[in-house]
Design a protein. Sequence first.
Length: 244
Amino acid sequence: MASAELARKLQRRLQRGQAQEGGPEPASRVASAREPAPEPELPACAPTASAPTASADAELSAQLSRRLDINEGAARPRRCKVFNPYTEFPEFSRRLIKDLESMFKLYDSGRDGFIDLMELKLMMEKLGAPQTHLGLKSMIKEVDEDFDGKLSFREFLLIFHKAAAGELQEESGLLALAKLSEIDVALEGVKGAKDFFEAKVYALSSASKFEAELKAEQEERKREEEKRRLRQAAFRELKAAFST
């Protein structure tokens, strides 16, 4: 199975990294019954492990644990379905989602559909709330559902969803991002219905609001098309007047 083979490869890589940190392996392994040779002691001044290696091992271990949890049914795999922001975030208006999409694309300098750590760093600096390297990693981790170390558009929308629902800590960098953006999430976000009837009313009003916004966009396109048609007709009349 591909996932099982991936888990074995990651496990072997992790074991090799741990062996390299502890010291050189014995030159030969003859039989399993033989006692393994003791590892040479490191000098007192030699570091036991470098910080980048430890960080890489920790991330590799997290990915391995995630893969094993998925295989055992203890965790959900990465989303494979097509993401529709209008159905997954019905509490947001179409205009708000379009504004958030424009903001996301503005800082997605790599044009790969994700905001990575360096792009998030630039975003927070532009918003006037610079973060440390650990702070940025913590921000991503708070909404990183697929553990890829970067923000997809869905995870970016999740920041504003949590902010509107009051699910972010006051000292959270994500809350600072939501507050400092020019988009008023408090007006657009849903606070949650108190009971079934309020939830039902909210669902109906959201549906009608969505239809109204869609109709308004269609009307605006019709008006633009009509203006364009009138300009073309006026240009043809002017051209005909000069040609006669």
